[in-house]
Design a protein around this ligand. Structure first.
Ligand code: GRF
Length: 188
């Protein structure tokens, strides 16, 4: 039986696009894209790919109430695995317990270095010579779950924060679809 993925986004969704492009040629399905932000361009990318795009607002709701709504929508679509692709909300146990060991995030640093926001700036400011991205299981902590895969990039002398961000993003676009395929093949 093919694995059914949901992708959660809050923004532009370039990682979502890489996942959609990879799913086009594969025996698995991105069933649903959900965003907490109505204006997330990721929702438009989903619609263009013919995939159901759902906006679930988070404002004026407790984290638990928002997560319960999210779980209901995902379960009603028979979702097996959840991929966080720039989803800017912290998920509570209400959500994580509904998809145990089935929620995966991409983070733009070589974890455990530089968790949290502005990871690329943190790496740039620290002067590291190697940066990258991490795909990991989501647990109750901030970017702390078990690591599945990482992609590394060099930091050049000529880099500024923006060029480093762009180079890290290009490795994100390779690593995340790779992990999605591994999941679909039962290898994760
Ligand atoms: C990426 O850098 C991802 O690692 C982080 O949020 C960003 C989302 O970018 N979690 P995009 O919306 O996929 O372009």
């Amino acid at each position: 039986m093919s694995v059914r993925f949901a992708v959660l986004v809050s923004g532009s969704g370039t990682n979502l696009q890489a996942l959609l492009d990879a799913a086009g040629q594969a025996p698995f399905e991105i069933s649903l894209v959900v965003s907490n932000r109505e204006d997330a361009y990721g929702l438009e990318r989903a619609r263009r790919a013919g995939i159901r795009a759902v906006h679930i607002p988070h404002k004026c709701k407790s984290r638990g109430a928002f997560d319960a709504e999210l779980v209901e929508v995902l379960k009603s679509h028979g979702v097996d695995w959840v991929l966080l692709a720039g989803f800017m909300r912290i998920l509570t146990p209400v959500f994580l317990d509904a998809f145990p060991n089935r929620v995966v995030n991409i983070h733009p640093s070589l974890l455990p270095s530089f968790p949290g926001i502005n990871a690329q700036k943190q790496a740039f400011d620290a002067g590291v010579r190697v940066a990258g991205a991490t795909v990991h299981f989501v647990d109750a902590g901030m970017d702390t779950g078990p690591i599945i895969a990482q992609g590394a990039v060099a930091v050049h002398d000529s880099d500024d924060e923006e060029s480093l961000r762009t180079r890290i993003l290009s490795v994100e676009h390779r690593v995340f679809p790779m992990v999605m395929k591994w999941i679909a093949e039962g290898r994760v």
